[in-house]
Write a protein that binds this ligand. Structure first.
Ligand code: GAP
Length: 456
């Protein structure tokens, strides 16, 4: 079985309609990507899996859909205006811009740049004469902190009071709606609020396809709890993250934990789950113990009482928050790397097959008339029946073998062939993507059989 490189993945995604370069016909816009028909289906299926796992199948769990644009004071209160920065330096020779921590980490893997101060980083870079990855010189400016938030202006005036920001994380939407959700849902601690939505970061060194982009989608989940139960809940969500990835078909040995040495301004503890990408281990999830930092800051800035009243003890307190956050685009990429395989069929022949779990497959069934002019009418009838129940494609172009392969390459679990037996006896052939085995099913039982096999 072959492992695919990042370049091959980019080309696969483009060829089969998963992911295209953003603004392609205008020459593109660096590090923006558009999801094609199959990519957007896959994304939606992962969102549905997250909704099932985090909202539907849990107690006291509520979904939210808050706006991307928020009152800019929120970013002051949350600390993002002052602290959501990366250490940046420029090469004086070629003017390329780099993140100081990345320069160090790529130069010496064992050093933990995260744990260094700005001065220590500069000292390390100079002492080791770390070469510029672009031109090879080692002549840098001082390090300065660069804020990652995208600012824009609202209204017709351009004064500083009209500056607003594209949210750099979804979480603040959950925090500023915590009272609303609690009141309207009559929620009692512990309860959770999750949401799926876009976030934006002016990343200095984006790259690795959709791994690090400036616009991306997060699935964030905030659990509100009483101080004292926070550490147990933190450990629980670290494990829950692994089980969610296994549910998506990513095996445990391709995942690892990475505890943070240097913590974000809001966190008491933080741990990532990383996936083994072709370029190395990369974060796809983070669990953070955000304590009562965010709610306390919103209370301080708005003078709104953010306390929870606990009936049993008559205590009032600001809840702690355990955050479990998932990068959707990175998960799509991990699922694709995990599933895409090239299989040897015999000495001469191979097949490309996306062995994606059935619940994530963009298209569930591919309907194929064996002979176009003889079986297409019946095949279209079957196609129209099935598509009321699941995502189905219809393919009549090319040999049956080629059509099977096209379905395999995009991960379609089942192919249904319509042939003379269908016309004469009312039965169809179902071919399984992974085993390539075929079985005969009565047309009347087809919907039930597929629903059972696909767990719909
Ligand atoms: N609310 C906390 C928070 O935003 P984060 O670790 O900065 O935490 C959460 O981001 C997740 O979002 C990450 O685990 C990652 O999967 C994804 N993510 C972060 N920056 C990204 C980027 N530039 N491009 C794509 N995904 C990104």
């Amino acid at each position: 079985m072959k492992q695919f490189s990042m370049e091959q993945m980019v080309s696969y995604c483009n060829q089969y309609g998963f992911i295209f370069q953003g603004s392609e016909i205008y020459g593109g816009l660096a590090n923006t990507w558009d999801y094609g028909p199959l990519g957007s289906r896959l994304k939606n299926n992962i969102k549905d899996a997250w909704r099932y796992y985090f909202i539907q199948n849990r107690n006291n769990s509520y979904e939210l859909d808050s706006d991307i644009l928020m009152n800019p004071k929120i970013w002051d209160a949350s600390g993002h205006l002052s602290s959501f920065t990366d250490p940046l330096l420029d090469c004086k020779n070629c003017k390329a811009r780099h993140r100081a921590d990345n320069l160090i980490q790529n130069y010496e893997e064992t050093v933990i740049a995260d744990a260094m101060t700005q001065q220590e980083m500069l000292h390390f870079i100079k002492e080791n004469k770390i070469p510029c990855p672009t031109c090879g010189a080692s002549n840098y400016t001082d390090i300065r902190q660069f804020n990652l938030m995208f600012a824009t202006k609202r209204g017709v005036t351009e004064d500083s009071s009209s500056t607003i920001y594209l949210r750099p994380e979804n979480a603040q939407g959950e925090y500023v709606n915590y009272l609303n959700v609690m009141r309207s849902m009559r929620a009692k601690l512990p309860f959770s609020i999750g949401q799926i939505g876009k976030a934006f970061r002016n990343e200095i060194t984006p790259g690795n396809f959709t791994f690090r982009t400036i616009e991306f989608e997060q699935m964030e989940f905030q659990s509100f709890c009483k101080k004292g139960s926070d550490e147990e809940l933190y450990d629980y969500y670290k494990d829950y993250g692994i089980s969610f990835f296994e549910y998506l078909g990513i095996p445990r040995d391709h995942l690892r934990y990475h505890d943070h040495e240097k913590l974000a301004h809001y966190a008491k503890a933080a741990c990532d789950i990383e996936y083994s990408f072709p370029f190395g281990w990369g974060e796809i999830n983070g669990t953070h113990n955000r304590t009562d930092f965010d709610l306390s800051r919103h209370q301080e800035y708005t003078k709104t009482n953010m306390e929870y009243f606990e009936e049993a003890t008559k205590e009032r307190f600001i809840p702690y928050i355990i955050e479990s956050t998932y990068g959707l685009d990175r998960i799509v990429l991990a699922v694709l790397f995990e599933s895409l395989t090239e299989e040897m069929l015999n000495e001469k022949d191979t097949r490309l097959v996306l062995k994606i779990s059935k619940n994530l497959a963009p298209i569930k069934v591919n309907v194929l008339p064996l002979i176009k002019n003889r079986h297409n009418e019946k095949a279209k009838e079957v196609y129209q029946t099935l598509r009321k129940h699941m995502m189905v494609s219809y393919d009549e172009a090319g040999t049956i073998g080629k059509r099977y392969r096209r379905g395999d390459a995009i991960g379609t679990p089942y192919a249904i062939t319509i042939d003379d037996q269908t016309l004469e006896k009312g039965v169809v052939t179902i071919r399984d993507r992974d085993s390539m085995e075929q079985s005969i099913v009565k047309i009347d039982l087809l919907v039930d059989e597929l629903r059972k096999n696909l767990n719909i």
